[in-house]
Ligand binder design. Structure first.
Ligand SMILES: Nc1nc2c(ncn2[C@@H]2O[C@H](COP(=O)(O)OP(=O)(O)OP(=O)(O)O)[C@@H](O)[C@H]2O)c(=O)[nH]1
Ligand SMILES: [Mg+2]
Ligand SMILES: [Zn+2]
Length: 281
């Protein structure tokens, strides 16, 4: 039979059968177990998991296979960390995940805030505007398809949105991060919950993103993951251009002319420098 691993607890896997959606708890054959099985894996199984089907992608932190969409949540408060958002977007493109920018707390967002976000991200990703407080989450709900996860700064409303989607309390809202303490190693089980046309991965951690990005990417590859730089990049004089300086750089020229937003360009430089400084060692 073919199924989807929706939960993993030590050596015990919850596998949902493709068609009937029936869930069984089973182990894996020694060989399969040794090669690694993750939540999100599609598997062949009988009494035990016999084979893991080829993956679309694999994230290590959070441990999750075959992620289709990442909803990057931001809000007017806390003040958006645009470098983090851009890193998450790059990470998605590298991993073959479709990124979305989800603007939450629209109940208290100014028009300027919304307009500015549209300006920055409209050439980059799909933007959805929601309010967990008012229950305005239709746009988000419509896009839940395949395996989905949420990311974003603490207190932007990820848990609130998830609760809203399930119309009940599944995730902890509020000062969770304060309670568990930032930086402390909290082992959490990743689990998939059926929602609309897909699943939502209940996972807290995209915390090791810096390391993941560095492992995945050479500095010179970074700008390839900026859809809004694409046209301008073709005009750089040197193919190896990192778009840091020089009159011969199409990206710098396009930024000067307002075709690329200053935010995106400046944050690109910050991420580039982080990648460079890691590669030195
Ligand atoms: N005004 C308003 N407040 C909201 C909205 N959504 C969430 N909040 C509030 O924002 C705070 C943080 O919400 P959470 O859902 O806990 O945020 P989180 O992103 O899960 O935070 P962490 O778990 O720490 O990463 C809570 O006090 C919520 O009540 C919204 O749409 N509008
Ligand atoms: Mg939360
Ligand atoms: Zn350039």
């Amino acid at each position: 039979m073919e199924g989807l691993v929706i939960k993993k607890n030590a050596n015990l896997f919850s596998v949902e059968e493709c068609k009937t959606k029936q869930v069984v708890k089973i182990n894996a054959s020694g060989k399969t177990q040794a090669s690694g099985i993750y939540v999100g894996d599609r598997v062949f199984y009988s009494d035990v998991i016999e084979k893991v089907l080829p993956r679309k992608n694999l994230l290590i932190r959070p441990p999750l296979a075959n992620l289709d969409k990442l909803f990057i949540v931001l809000a007017p408060t806390p003040k958006p960390d645009f470098v983090l958002i851009d890193k998450l977007i790059v990470y998605c493109f590298v991993k073959g995940v479709e990124p979305y920018v989800v603007v939450n707390k629209t109940d208290k967002a100014s028009q300027t805030f919304v307009k500015n976000l549209k300006k920055i991200y409209n050439k980059v990703v799909k933007c959805l505007f929601v309010s967990a407080k008012n229950g305005q989450i239709e746009q988000l709900k419509d896009h839940i398809e395949g395996i989905c996860a949420f990311a974003g700064q603490s207190a932007v409303g990820k848990s609130s949105l998830i609760n809203c989607l399930f119309s009940q309390q599944v995730a902890q809202v509020g000062d969770l991060s304060k309670k568990i303490g930032r930086g402390r190693q909290t082992t959490r089980l990743v689990q998939l919950f059926a929602c609309n046309k897909g699943y939502i991965a209940d996972t807290a951690g995209f915390s090791m993103l810096d390391l993941s990005l560095v492992a995945e990417l050479e500095p010179r590859e970074l700008s390839a993951y900026y859809p809004d730089f694409l046209e301008a990049r073709a005009k750089c004089k040197y193919r190896s251009c990192l778009h840091e300086n020089g009159e011969d750089c199409g990206v710098i020229n396009a930024t000067g002319q307002g075709q690329i937003t200053l935010e995106r360009y400046q944050n690109y430089l910050k991420i580039l420098n982080e990648l460079k400084s890691h590669k030195k060692y």
